[in-house]
Design a protein around this ligand. Sequence first.
Ligand SMILES: N[C@@H](CCC(=O)N[C@@H](CS)C(=O)NCC(=O)O)C(=O)O
Length: 201
Amino acid sequence: MKLYYSKGACSLSPHITACEAGLPIELVEVDLQSKRTSAGEDFRLINPNGYVPVLMFDDGKKLTEGPAIVQYLADQAPDKKLVPPAGTFERYQLQQWLNFISTEIHKGFGALFNPAMPEEAKQVVTNLLASRLETAAAHLSNRAFLLGDDFTVADAYLFVTLRWGAYVNIDISRWPVLANYAAKISARPAVQKALKEEGLA
Ligand SMILES: N[C@@H](CCC(=O)N[C@@H](CS)C(=O)NCC(=O)O)C(=O)O
């Protein structure tokens, strides 16, 4: 399996998941500006949308969209309990969080990274994003991880988005709960492995 990724981007979430699951994956770096892989391939032939992550299987099948990829990877190592079993209510709660992170947090940050976004619009997005981070902080105020006592792929994803605060002037330390949560996740050996492999630790 190959994971097409870009340093520190949302593809870090499936990368962390693969490390947590102990699954061997080949990493292929993508330059998101030029849309070329490190091997010089045209990345748009791999994902016409031009974005990471992409999980490519040895038989040529592909999976895109982070929330789908992390669930696929986690399901390959059920003993690691990175996702609740399919069909349980907890699995839908996991999907609720993956969707919330994707649409309310990830895409909020994404807009702030966009150099074409006018300053006034950035302020609107920043305020909305802060209210969504407030929701996550309130939820985490009385539990260790999003689903309770156990780390799941939703935590890997939220952690990745929280790292972006520093780049777009959203100071996560404003929410001590989130800062402590991110520090705890960052210290996990599998997370450190993924960060090192992307040259981020
Ligand atoms: N809907 C996709 C969005 C992925 C996405 O936003 N990827 C960003 C990096 S975090 C990207 O590659 N952006 C480059 C581009 O869109 O040109 C998913 O959830 O996986």
